[in-house]
Ligand binder design. Structure first.
Ligand code: UDX
Length: 436
């Protein structure tokens, strides 16, 4: 099929390349000329495992091209909207400027029977508004098809998603939109991927409620880690034990410095703001608590670091291992790891931060920080080491190998990802969150 993908960020670039990989003929469109130039030459503008490979093969096959010109969407039968919906400056709500601009800009190039497919995460009610705009100016249809991809696994999650959700209009238009989407996703559907076909509002809510649930799960275990700290209990064992209950499950029960990234934090805030607009703020008021528990984890990690050097952090060298909001990503949007580095720097510590992929993005936002290309360089002569992103490289550090680098020999495990027994046996003082 001929597809266009409007917006070539973390979501759109992966979607465009993956759809071409599956055999579709795709044009990816973005207003950022630098990004389009990189993508056209087969280079990913951000770190995402597997993306450079599929970009190169799809471009070589002639099925994938990129453009800055929305008129290049003309001729495609399906148009995916994959632009960002960031948090509005100084507010909790989502900023729909880019979604509105993408749809309005696309309308003149739609032809009868085209399908516009929203993938961006939007406040409930957005799809119905956009559908009106689309139908007022063309004989095209609109569907909402939320994306659940995880950064670091984005290619795999796009090519073989764990479920597909279509929000479609009622009646024959809905049947037609469903048929078109089924054709787009033939490959996933042929492997019995679960499919939920529903109305716009439900499809929009599926996405935000899934992220709200995941955020709640993480904040729940972080709250338990605070209680564990107060009682000498071990939150990692507690998570293992409750996780054996199939109704609870062990995933997303890792206590630590908390969640970040381009989705979970802004999605729970936008959801709260939308619920308040709908007069149902009370229903999701708990999400404010989820957010504050999450932000508290950063204070806890900073406090652990300060206490580790006896309460006076000024001029002490702190090695910060990790800047990305999670491993296998260079994304530092709302990253707790980067925030911890910035806060320690603000307290007067000599912070040397490192990350396998996220240094360039971190440096752009916080040029005041000092960066080291390798963990060993960051750790050298540090008074205290703090792990805030659980890259394998840091999880696999052998304590005895790095012992000679520093006299401090104090490690704060902001992700509860290291083996306390091994570190203590090598003479280190180890502290995690909610771990004795
Ligand atoms: C998330 C959703 O998982 C995905 O379905 C949605 O489409 C977009 O948002 P992503 O932002 O890539 O994906 O990251 P995810 O893997 O969900 O992790 C989010 C944050 O939670 C990270 O900062 C991670 O470190 C943190 N986290 C995750 C924890 O602190 N503890 C856990 O147990 C799991």
């Amino acid at each position: 099929m001929k597809l266009s993908v409007i917006g070539c960020g973390y979501l759109g670039a992966v979607h465009a390349a993956s759809m071409a990989e599956l055999g579709h003929d795709v044009v990816g469109i973005d207003v950022d000329a630098g990004k389009i130039e990189l993508l056209s030459s087969g280079k990913a503008p951000f770190f995402e495992p597997g993306l450079p490979e599929i970009l190169a093969s799809a471009i070589a096959s002639g099925r994938l091209r990129f453009s800055t010109d929305l008129s290049d969407a003309q001729g495609s039968a399906v148009h995916f909207i994959a632009v960002g919906t960031p948090q509005r400056k100084g507010e909790q709500a989502a900023d729909l400027t880019y979604v509105n601009a993408a749809v309005e800009g696309l309308i003149p190039f739609l032809t009868d029977g085209d399908l516009v497919v929203g993938k961006s995460t939007v406040p409930v009610g957005t799809a119905a508004d956009l559908a009106e705009k689309v139908s007022a100016h063309s004989n095209a249809l609109l569907a909402w098809n939320p994306e659940f991809l995880r950064e670091g696994f984005a290619v795999q999650d796009t090519i073989a998603p764990d479920r597909l959700v279509y929000g479609v209009p009622s009646g024959v238009d809905g049947e037609r939109a469903t048929e078109i989407l089924n054709e787009v996703y033939t490959s996933a559907l042929s492997t019995s991927t679960p499919l939920v076909v529903t109305d716009y509002a439900t499809a929009e809510l599926v996405k935000v409620s899934a992220n709200a649930f995941l955020a709640t799960k993480i904040s729940f275990i972080n709250a338990m880690s605070e209680i564990a700290d107060a009682t000498g209990a071990d939150v990692t064992k507690l998570a293992d034990a409750i996780g054996f209950d199939a109704r609870i499950g062990r995933r997303f029960l890792n206590a630590g410095v908390g969640f970040g990234g381009g989705c979970l934090p802004k999605d729970i805030r936008a959801f709260t703001a939308r619920a308040e607009e709908l007069g149902r703020g009370e229903s999701v008021a708990f999400l404010k608590e989820v957010d504050s528990i999450n932000l508290r984890q950063r204070d806890r990690v900073v406090d652990l670091v300060v206490n580790a050097v006896g309460g006076e952090i000024y001029e002490k060298k702190v090695a910060v291992l990790g800047l990305a909001f999670k491993p296998d990503s260079d994304d530092v949007r709302d990253s707790p790891a980067l925030d911890v580095a910035v806060r320690l720097h603000g307290l007067g510590a000599r912070v040397v931060a490192t990350d396998p992929e996220a240094i360039p993005n971190s440096r752009r936002l916080h040029p005041q920080l000092q960066f080291a290309d390798e963990a060993r360089l960051a750790i050298a002569d540090a008074d205290v080491v703090v792990v805030v992103t659980e890259w394998n490289e840091y999880r696999n550090l052998v304590p005895s190998d790095v012992s000679s680098l520093t006299h401090g020999r104090t490690i704060i495990d902001g992700r509860n990802t290291l083996d306390p027994v091994a570190w203590r046996a090598a003479g280190w003082t180890y502290r995690g969150l909610g771990r004795p």
